[in-house]
Design a protein around this ligand. Structure first.
Ligand SMILES: [Zn+2]
Ligand SMILES: [Zn+2]
Length: 202
């Protein structure tokens, strides 16, 4: 859990175009209302959206007193799934506030979950598998300036104009229901493996 940001991370953050994140809707109000009712002295930072989380759906950072939510979850998850994840993280925040040394998913955490209406479990049931079908990777062609869109983050891709591009990073695009789309972050292509077959005679 990062308590401070290294120079390396800082550089990455400057390199990346800021992900376009959705409005958090009423999630901030929900978090604030629960915190006010169950832990009035808690001082939580405003919710943040992360375009870098892959498998993690949400995180509570105790040293920052901050909850971050996965941008993919916010664009591709159902309202119920988003709510479950938010409440899980708010429960972590309140449990940490009451007893900073208590185990993360221990008895105190489960009690807080029941108190605020969160699932008293370590994992939240979210159908993440389905999200893959509605995720695309986009990059701009340096030949014709059109957008090249793929289902996977290939190391290279041939545009319809014939130019082969090797994007340093792909934009991660969520295709929402109703045809709407949103850029939710960027992702580096896989590292290209060297061929196992070497040219003989070296
Ligand atoms: Zn947890
Ligand atoms: Zn092109």
């Amino acid at each position: 859990m990062p308590s401070r940001i290294s120079a390396y991370q800082l550089k990455l953050q400057f390199d990346d175009p800021a992900p376009i994140v959705p409005g958090l809707g009423n999630l901030q109000q929900i978090a604030d209302a629960i915190a006010a009712a169950h832990a009035p002295a808690i001082r939580l930072k405003p919710l943040k959206v992360s375009g870098h989380m892959r498998r993690t759906l949400g995180s509570f950072y105790p040293t920052l007193s901050e909850i971050r939510l996965n941008a993919r979850l916010l664009h591709l998850g159902s309202d119920d799934e988003i709510r479950l994840v938010l409440l899980h993280e708010v429960a972590h925040a309140i449990a940490h506030h009451r007893s900073p040394k208590a185990p993360a998913h221990g008895l105190l955490f489960k009690d807080v979950c029941r108190e605020i209406g969160a699932e008293p479990s370590k994992y939240v049931d979210v159908a993440q598998r389905k999200w893959g079908e509605r995720t695309r990777y986009a990059a701009r062609c340096r030949g014709c300036d059109r957008e090249v869109m793929r289902r996977r983050r290939f190391a290279s891709a041939r545009c319809d104009c014939g130019v082969v591009i090797e994007p340093r990073r792909w934009q991660v695009v969520a295709l929402k229901e109703g045809g709407e789309r949103a850029v939710i972050g960027t992702s580096a292509p896989p590292v290209r493996r060297r061929s196992r077959w070497r040219w003989p005679g070296r």
